[in-house]
Each structure stands twice: as C-alpha cells, then as structure tokens.
Design a protein around this ligand. Structure first.
Ligand code: F6R
Length: 244
C-alpha cells in the first residue's frame, strides 16, 4: 500500500525495468502482458522516462495486450491499439513486430481461431514473464467479466453493463460503447510467472476488499488471483481503505 498512485507506479516501473535488464543480461526475451485504462498510465510514463533519460532499451521486449473492444478500428481514439501507442510504444525502441494487441477488426467467422492463436503465440514465446493488470468495478481483470471460468482462454466476451457505464464518459455516451470485446482469459493470465495488479482511488475500495478478502468466485473473477503464487496488489491509501 502506497500513499499515492505516483509512488506505487514508480515501484512497479522499477520492477519491470529490472526484469527487462535481467533478461537482457541473459540474452533472453522479456515477455510482458500489458493493460490499458487509467491505472497503468503512470507506470508507462515512468518506463518512457527511463528509456529517454537512462537508456532503458526495449529491444528484447515482446508484449501481449490483455484486450481490445470489438468491433474496433485500430485508428480510433477509443482503441486500445491507439492508447498503447500514445502512452508507450511510440516513445520507446520496441520492435513493432514484437507488439501484440488483439485486433478489433478480425472477421466474426475467424474470431474463434484468432483467439486460440493468440494464446498459442504467448506459449510459443515461452509464456508471460510479467502481467500488469488493472481491475474493473465488476471485478474483471482484462475483460473477464463476472461468470468467467477460471480456466478460460482468450475469447470474445459481452461487456458487463457497469463496465459500459464506466467507459461511457470517454465514448461520449453509453450508446457509443461497444457491447463486446476480445480478452485474454483468466487461464491465460494465471499462467503468467508474475502478476501485478494496480488499483487507485476510493471507487476501487469495495471491489478490492471483495477480491482480496472474499471467497474465490466466478462472480468476482479477480478473486481467482488468490490461487496464483506470485501476485502482488499495488494499492494506494484510498483503494485499500476497506481492507480489514
Ligand atoms: C484494460 C483492462 C481492464 C482495466 C479495468 C480498470 O486493458 O483490461 O481490466 O484494467 O477496467 O480500468 P481503469 O484502470 O481505467 O480503472
């Protein structure tokens, strides 16, 4: 628990940078699972600063993003493709071929196979070394909404109404928020060797209590993280205020 999101974010960026450098010294790739949304923005800001000011290189980094709205055009300001390039990829030396973000334009009839292939690609790279997560008020991680199976893989999902309400402001109205998304599964996320979940602010306090202190249930998919042996929740004073 940190006093604010800034100090929490700096410590997570430091952990990621240390991992990237360790892998570099071993001549290995570093496979990162990445999240979008407001929670990781300061982590990405700090990684960009480390690249520009301290020479941190991302040349050995392979990334897999958690999710994307469906359907969604890459060039839309609402796409997670756009978000990731704006906040991170456009400012670092990552090889564009190493960036993987679920595509919001895959034809419907190819979607099932596309999702299977996304998981296979993660496996081919040796699995996720580090997965960064945020958490939604429904308890979703990625877009694994309530009802998600603990062993689910990457797939298309119908977004929960609360999730669409939370996105409504940036889409200028709930009617503009897509009803579906592609998301890595709970099973995909849980195979990561290391997981760090970020939650900032009072409006996450209630779901953080349920996630950490509640029973493991598909009604709060983030509770599945209780079964993962190397997960850390990085909170601020506000998001942790309901913890006993
Ligand atoms: C985003 C994602 C979502 C968000 C969650 C929290 O890639 O997978 O699970 O992490 O909705 O969003 P923010 O950080 O905007 O509160």
């Amino acid at each position: 628990i940190f006093s604010d999101s800034k100090s929490g974010s700096l410590s997570v960026a430091e952990e990621i940078a240390t991992l990237i450098k360790k892998k570099q010294s071993e001549n290995k790739n570093c496979v990162l699972g990445l999240a979008t949304g407001s929670s990781p923005i300061k982590v990405y800001e700090e990684l960009v600063r480390m690249h520009k000011e301290e020479g941190l290189s991302f040349s050995n980094v392979i990334t897999f993003n958690l999710d994307e709205y469906y359907p969604m055009n890459k060039n839309s300001v609402h796409s997670y493709y756009y978000f990731m390039h704006q906040h991170l990829f456009d400012h670092i030396d990552i090889n564009p071929a190493n960036i993987h973000i679920p595509s919001g334009t895959v034809p419907l009839e190819e979607l099932h196979q596309y999702c299977i292939d996304y998981d296979l690609k993660i496996k081919e790279f040796g699995g996720l070394d580090f997965q960064l997560l945020g958490i939604g008020r429904t308890g979703h991680i990625g877009f694994n909404e309530p009802g998600s199976h603990y062993n689910s893989g990457t797939r298309s999902i119908t977004l929960d109404h609360i999730t669409r309400i939370d996105a409504a402001q940036s889409f200028l109205g709930i009617d503009n928020v897509p009803k579906k998304a592609i998301t890595m599964g709970i099973g995909t996320v849980k195979k990561a060797k290391r997981i760090v979940l970020l939650a900032w602010g009072y409006n996450k306090a209630s779901i953080i209590k349920k996630t950490i202190e509640g029973e493991i249930t598909s009604e709060v998919p983030a509770t599945y993280l209780q079964e993962h042996s190397n997960t850390t929740f990085i909170l601020d004073d506000e998001s942790s205020q309901e913890l006993t």
